[in-house]
Design a protein around this ligand. Structure first.
Ligand SMILES: [Zn+2]
Length: 118
């Protein structure tokens, strides 16, 4: 992920007046049902983390599964921040269902298109 991209995101972040609760992360061995909103579940054990999952932030009710295995394509990285929030890189673009395209950065969702969200 380039620094330029992160700066762009930071700019968005500063201009977003969003008082909504930030996403948090939780490390689990098995996904709970139902998934809590505003939570990234990191699936793994002490030795490795192989996947992440979250409820789709658009509210469509789908579960989004993301591979964290570095040798898989596509693959994502979950960055955990000291304040308990989380970033997910790169962006998530669903190719099925609601087709949401978003970036999760420091606990906030940034929509990459003009998807209605509310
Ligand atoms: Zn959705």
């Amino acid at each position: 992920m380039t620094k330029k991209f992160l700066r762009w995101i930071e700019r968005l972040f500063r201009t977003t007046k969003d008082s909504a609760e930030a996403f948090q992360w939780a490390k689990v061995e098995h996904l709970p049902t139902p998934l809590a909103e505003k939570k990234i579940y990191v699936l793994g054990d002490d030795e490795c983390e192989w996947a992440a999952a979250m409820a789709c932030p658009c509210g469509c009710g789908s579960t989004i599964h993301l591979s964290l295995a570095p040798d898989s394509r596509p693959t994502w990285r979950v960055r955990r921040h000291r304040n308990g929030t989380v970033s997910l890189l790169p962006s998530v673009w669903r190719t099925v269902g609601c087709r949401s395209h978003f970036v999760l950065y420091k606990g906030r969702i940034f929509w990459c298109r003009n998807e209605p969200f509310e």
